[in-house]
Design a protein. Structure first.
Length: 415
């Protein structure tokens, strides 16, 4: 029997409960469920459901990015401003460099093919990282130095850098006249444009909510609808100016928190309930994108390249923390939080292979890149989520609960 949305939700709830009962993060089970039921293993998912999986993943990603913005206070951002800027670029670039150096020796790729692989592997997964950081913010873990906020701010920009690099390397490989330096120079413009657009949208929404006072449920629907439109317009906007739509969505939530805190906590509470449903589909559908037979082809050499990249990223995180106020335990947590791969690798892992096919080129290197991307999800998504969950509980200090704001207390009590 082909499984539709309803069956996947019920199976997801069961698997999530079993994982939590075994003291394992629920998303690990959901990812594995997607892998097993997906087209590359049992092929038990209804084709009509698979056809709309990208839309469901987008909606779920919007939900979690909005919650991230609605939980990211100006005070916390001010604490980590410089470090967030460093974390946005340096770990990604170090991982790309490490993979570019290792892959020619371990996988037999050229330097440019290795650079493409590095860019595919470099992005940290918002689907894995953001929900966990929001949970730690709600539990007030690491609040004194805003460690979860640092990860939220840095990881969203980290993805933009990796995606830009991937596109530039693919264009160079297929004969395009592209300069990596010029593409990287456009990243700050992309980040600034996304933040500016999000702040403007958030400010307009604040005025709209204040004037017309729609019910909280309608506010959530308006926010969701506008955010999805922003994502869909990204390609069109980039015809005129580099634009980071993910940052625009987070910035819209941030300005609502800044201007209307009680509305922000109310929206975050409602979105938290939507996330219970959205996370099931997000992680299941990310799992269905993992091609296990292809991942196996990467073998131990692929594992070696992935680990080399993660070592490069971890070294970079530690370098970003030099002369910072973070303790050794907190620095370890920040390193763990920057490891998981999933969403971006599932989205762009096949892009080099597709470009090679379109150009009539040898597709062997593209298949190796896709295999390594799939393996990175299999290895880092479950292990990374377990490591982050453990690190949040054991490496971050928890602030006293009585310091919560009245607005947040009201929102929490209404859940």
């Amino acid at each position: 029997m082909a499984l539709g949305i309803a069956e996947l939700i019920l199976l997801g709830l069961l698997v999530d409960w079993l994982m939590r009962f075994a003291r394992v993060p629920g998303l690990v089970g959901l990812l594995l469920l997607g892998v097993v039921m997906g087209p590359h293993f049992l092929d038990a998912v209804n084709p009509a459901t698979t056809a709309v999986s990208a839309d469901w993943r987008m909606i779920a990603l919007v939900v979690i990015l909005l919650r991230a913005g609605l939980e990211m206070s100006r005070q916390a951002l001010a604490q980590v401003g410089l470090r967030a800027a460093l974390m946005a670029f340096i770990p990604c670039l170090f991982e790309v460099a490490a993979v570019t150096l290792a892959a020619p020796h371990l996988l037999g790729l050229t330097v440019l093919e290795s650079a493409m692989l590095g860019a595919v592997l470099a992005a940290v997964s918002p689907a894995v990282v953001v929900p966990l950081m929001i949970r730690f913010i709600e539990e007030r873990r690491g609040e004194d130095k805003a460690a979860p906020t640092l990860i939220l701010a840095g990881a969203s920009c980290d993805d933009a850098v990796a995606i830009v690099l991937c596109g530039a390397f693919i264009s160079m490989y297929t004969g395009g006249d592209v300069s990596v330096a010029s593409e990287l120079a456009g990243v700050p413009v992309s980040i600034a444009a996304g933040i500016a657009a999000g702040l403007g949208i958030g400010f307009v929404l604040c005025r709209f909510f204040e004037k017309f006072n729609p019910r909280a449920t309608k506010r959530v629907l308006i926010l969701l609808g506008l955010s999805i439109i922003i994502l869909n317009l990204e390609n069109w906007i980039e015809g005129f100016i580099p634009f980071a739509s993910l940052l625009a969505i987070m910035a819209a939530g941030f300005i609502i928190l800044e201007k209307r805190e009680h509305i922000a906590h109310e929206l975050s509470s409602k979105l938290g309930k939507v996330w219970v449903f959205a996370q099931l589909l997000l992680f299941i559908f990310v799992g269905t994108e993992v091609n296990v037979p292809v991942a196996v082809k990467a073998g131990l050499s692929g594992v070696g390249v992935i680990l080399t990249g993660l070592i490069g990223r971890s070294v970079a995180v530690q370098l970003c923390m030099i002369k910072s106020k973070f303790s050794a335990r907190e620095r370890l947590f920040l390193t763990l939080a920057y490891l998981p791969k999933a969403t971006v690798q599932a989205a762009i892992g096949a892009a080099p292979l597709a470009a090679m096919k379109a150009g009539g080129m040898d597709t062997g290197p593209g298949e190796i890149i896709l295999a390594a991307a799939a393996m990175s999800i299999v290895i880092t998504a479950p292990l990374g989520s377990i490591a982050i969950t453990w690190g949040g509980k054991h490496l971050l200090a928890q602030s006293p609960l009585q310091t919560k704001s009245p607005a947040r207390d009201a929102a929490v009590e209404s859940r």
